[in-house]
Design a protein. Structure first.
Lengths: 295, 61
């Protein structure tokens, strides 16, 4: 035991707690039970240790010791790769796939959460050493709050207005509102689709959103989340029964065609509204200099 | 180049309208055409698309 033992133990503990708080298992069921969670809690513990140990190293004038944080960065990039690989492997077996953009979004958040853990335990240990344990607890709570804020991005309901619109056929063409979805030849398939299908029109609220919701990865994420929450009327070997999203080229609205097992319009609207906006899909044409000059 | 979509079969009631590389199934009437298309769709995991009332194609997506 020396003067650094308690601050380091404190830092590691709050770091690990922060990781556990950020590890939510919700409707996406990812990470799943025990094994997946153990991996992430263990990595959170390692991240916490790195953050906590950095402070005494600086105080002892061992500046070179800080370079091991670069090892941490490499380590957590590896976490991102691990998540990406696992999810991509599984994606082929999903009835409605997540899509690469969604997987990348999940992988990014796993990596960044470990850095938030390092920050939390760094602040905790620092405050403990500079002031006392009470200040350290206050600092840790502030870090938890910051992590929670950084963890939650915007969702689809912030970007679009969602309206129900029953799918219909014009000849063999399937339409949601006036948006063409696909060609279905067989009358019995058409009947199935009219019976089980639901259509929604997502109208963008501003010009930035038009590009974001047009992103193929974002559209796939919507389909995946809806299929997870409401079930999907589909099986392997029934390629005609496929949820799809197509775009109205005129005004950038998108037509969502889904085949849920629970056909509840209000629930579906809520679920579409709660789909996270993927970081990789966000575009900001309104910030473009050229555009602003013209307008 | 990876070909993502291809026409796996053509089903028709009017053989003057079709020719070419994909297997062609000629049917006597519209009902038979529908049955054949439904079977082929199930067998080869493609989607039956209607080009007109006389010509259906099975496409692998």
């Amino acid at each position: 035991m020396n003067e650094y033992t308690m601050p380091i133990v404190f830092g590691v503990t709050i770091g690990t707690i922060a990781r556990i708080l950020m590890l939510r298992t919700d409707y996406r069921q990812y990470p799943t039970y025990l094994h997946g969670k153990i991996i992430h809690v263990a990595l959170g513990f390692i991240a916490g240790s790195l953050g906590a140990v950095a402070v005494p190293a600086i105080m002892e004038m061992e500046f070179t010791a800080v370079t091991f944080l670069t090892v941490a960065a490499t380590q957590f990039r590896e976490v991102r790769n691990m998540e990406r690989n696992t999810l991509s492997e599984i994606d082929g077996y999903e009835l409605v796939s997540r899509g690469k953009a969604y997987i990348e979004g999940i992988a990014i958040s796993f990596e960044s959460r470990n850095y938030l853990v390092i920050l939390t335990s760094f602040i905790g240990t620092l405050f403990y050493l500079v002031w006392n344990v009470y200040m350290a607890i206050v600092g840790a709570i502030i870090c938890f709050i910051i992590s929670k804020i950084l963890q939650s991005g915007s969702t689809m309901k912030d970007l679009v207005d969602i309206e129900y619109s029953a799918p219909h056929f014009d000849g063999a063409g399937l339409y949601v509102d006036n948006i063409y979805i696909m060609n279905i030849g067989l009358p019995e398939r058409q009947e199935e689709i009219l019976k089980y299908g639901m259509g929604f029109v997502l109208t963008p609220k501003n010009m930035n959103v038009v590009n974001t919701i047009a992103h193929l990865g974002q559209r796939q994420a919507i389909l995946h989340d809806v299929s997870v929450s409401l079930g999907v009327f589909r099986d392997s070997g029934t390629p005609a029964l496929v949820p799809l999203i197509k775009r109205d080229l005129d005004d950038g609205r998108i037509g969502v065609f889904i085949l849920p097992q629970v056909r509840d319009v209000d629930k579906a609207i809520k679920i579409i509204g709660a789909v996270p906006v993927l970081e990789t899909a966000i575009r900001m044409p309104s910030r473009s200099n050229v555009h602003n000059k013209e307008v | 180049m990876v070909i993502e979509k291809s026409v796996l079969a053509i089903i028709t009631t009017n053989k003057d309208k079709v020719s070419g590389g994909a297997p062609i199934f000629i049917c006597k009437h519209f009902e038979e055409l529908q049955k054949t298309a439904a079977n082929l769709e199930a067998i080869i995991d493609g989607i039956a698309h209607a080009l007109s009332d006389e010509v259906f194609i099975i496409v692998k997506h």
